[in-house]
Ligand binder design. Structure first.
Ligand code: BTN
Length: 233
């Protein structure tokens, strides 16, 4: 059964992930602008007003094993990648960079921050939609969808895929989605460094085998469940 989404939009908010903490399964919080948007591993997520999709969806994970819940960010990543492909065309190189960045031609177009609140997971999604100038520190690594794309069109596309893939995940598990994820695995076959924090002294470097059927990442002999991946391009 598809999820019946309930969209709640605000002009300005602190963070749509905070708004969603009060929501129930199927609620989706969006905003034009976030005063304290956040990214993974303590990073800020800054976005000009009305230019990008800033959205947090509430999904129920009652009665699921915590190892399975940990794979939801990858399911969300696949949903975003599929929606982006529908919009920009299947001839473009859209990839999922473990654990949850979406890249077009090796440049980041979207990021995902999942946060668990008891039996719910808040799936926070930021997608660069309209043409924009990025701060110079990230200008070479970031991109946007551009063209005639509308923010609401991206929102609806992502929600369509998220509903369908969440239902499949709930019924058949992450393993049933693994093949599709593996096909868009950006890190597979690349030399990578995995850090737990910025400037990690214990970072792991090696040839990436790819995303495994349990959602972990294999790098050489190491099996990694969390971290940030860096690749030399
Ligand atoms: C990342 O790449 O580090 C994840 C970025 C996630 C950003 C989105 S924007 C909507 C939602 N609200 C937030 O504060 N963060 C997420």
């Amino acid at each position: 059964m598809a999820i019946k989404w309930n969209i709640i939009h605000r002009g300005v908010t602190e963070s749509t992930n905070d708004d969603a903490a009060l929501g129930v399964h199927g609620d989706v919080y969006t905003a034009d602008y976030q005063l304290s948007g956040r990214g993974r591993i303590g990073h800020k997520w800054q976005s000009p007003s009305g230019v990008n999709l800033l959205m947090s969806a509430v999904l129920d994970v009652t009665d699921m094993a915590s190892e399975e819940v940990c794979t939801l960010p990858l399911v969300a990543g696949l949903s975003v990648a599929m929606a982006i492909r529908d919009i920009i065309g299947y001839n473009r190189d859209v990839k999922l960079k473990w654990p949850n960045d979406i890249l077009i031609d090796s440049q980041k177009v979207a990021g995902i921050l999942c946060e668990r609140k008891s039996d719910k997971v808040i799936v926070g999604i930021g997608i660069n939609v309209l043409k924009q100038d990025f701060p110079k520190e990230i200008a070479l690594r970031a991109t946007y969808l551009g063209g005639e794309t509308k923010i609401h069109q991206v929102r609806d596309g992502v929600l369509k895929w998220l509903s369908s893939l969440y239902c499949q995940w709930r019924e058949y598990g992450f393993a049933s989605l693994w093949q599709k994820i593996s096909e868009i695995d950006f890190l597979k076959g690349r030399e990578v460094t995995i850090c737990q924090v910025d400037d990690d002294k214990n970072a792991i470097t090696g040839l990436c085998v790819g995303i495994m059927i349990d959602g972990s990442l294999q790098v050489g002999e190491h099996v990694i469940y969390a971290g940030e991946a860096h690749v030399k391009l």
